[in-house]
Design a protein around this ligand. Sequence first.
Ligand SMILES: Nc1ncnc2c1ncn2[C@@H]1O[C@H](COP(=O)(O)OP(=O)(O)OP(=O)(O)O)[C@@H](O)[C@H]1O
Ligand SMILES: [Mg+2]
Length: 451
Amino acid sequence: MNSGLNNLEPSSFFEGSPIATFIVNIDHVVTHYNKACAQLLGVPASDVVGRKGLGKVFYGAERPVMADLIVDGAMIDIISDLYQNTYRSSLIIPDAYEAEGFFPRLGTSGRWLFFTAAPLRNLNGEIVGAIETLQDITERKIAENALMKSQLEVEEIVEQRTAELTKRNSELNLLNAKLVTAQEHLVQSEKLASIGQLAAGVAHEINNPIGYIFSNYGMLETYLGSLFEMLSAYEGAEKSCGDPNVIKELQAKRLALEVDFLKEDIPDLMKESKEGIVRVRKIVQDLKDFSHVDAKPEWSFTNLNQGIDSTLNVVNNEVKYKADIIKEYGDIPPVQCIPSEINQVVMNLVVNAAHAIGTDRGKIWIRTGVENESAWIEVADNGSGIPKEVVPRIFDPFYTTKPVGKGTGLGLSLSYGIIQKHRGQIDVQTELGKGTTFRLLLPLTQTDKAE
Ligand SMILES: Nc1ncnc2c1ncn2[C@@H]1O[C@H](COP(=O)(O)OP(=O)(O)OP(=O)(O)O)[C@@H](O)[C@H]1O
Ligand SMILES: [Mg+2]
């Protein structure tokens, strides 16, 4: 009833199939090879039919194709060896296999093929050959690869962005931490400044009464001298007094009032009190010198040795339990500087030196001198020393090796700034475990500063 299709020869059906197909017999000889196959592989049937070694067309070298392996009983170990993880058992035909691969020799720039090979059996079920079909999946593969590539690119970009963000975030965190310490330091130095102002105010107020106590004291000493002189005169006159009752009364009074003891003790009391007053006067003077709050930071010709002395008095508390201070001052002419700032530098160096000294009592040397139109100040300690790799960083702002809350790492950077402003120089020499010496050089005069 139907058209001529019923009479179609199996061979023309095979030939006309749009799916590239070939068959090998049990001896690996190609028996069938359709037009689509010739088209896909670019090799005419006449070159392959009736011959073995179709692998050469695919691989350019002697190698079994999948159909050959099926004919040999589909040895799974060889298949997996040749096709690694690109092959699998067919989902449709139980003892068929399929795989995909890239064939660089095919077409103009290679082709991706998906191929399936299945055994052909006779009526007894014995394998007599194998049929293999080939499908060109190049376009799909190209699309897949492009997709994969762009996916990878996207992933890479995401990774890059994430890394950038993480980096920026940690930079921000670092900056933030620095800001916090800077703020703490500002608060601290503001506190110090106001304490300094307070101290200077108090010092100024104490200075006046101390002044007249001191001068009155001198008078008091003189007057007491006169009184004692008068007393001895009276004592001398006692003998010539005729009335024994009066003499007795005087002696009793002298004993009761312990006048002999008073004569000995009063000069001692006076001496001690005088030392006390001198010390108070000195502390007040040092406070005034150090804080220099009564004067704006102004350039003046200053006695550096004196400035160092008043600074040492101020930091004495920080140092006296840790180290002995050895002063080796040279003769230096007045140096043109901002004295309060130089005091601050010396204070930073001395405090650092004290901090560098361990549990054993140490020594801090303070030396001064003149050399080529410059004054120099050295602050040396026999403390921990500074590791070589750290030395270049100690003048960096915020560089500190001290525990949180102990150091902000600004002492040396501020000092550096101050010395720069004075057109001077600050150098360090250090040996680990032996100690450190900081040396300041300050020009005696600043050419562009009026006195
Ligand atoms: N004499 C010294 N001996 C050993 N190390 C020192 C000495 N002077 C400075 N350093 C090192 O240099 C670092 C920086 O000193 P700097 O004075 O700038 O900061 P800091 O003392 O740590 O803190 P701050 O002075 O702000 O309180 C110190 O933490 C310390 O490690
Ligand atoms: Mg310091």
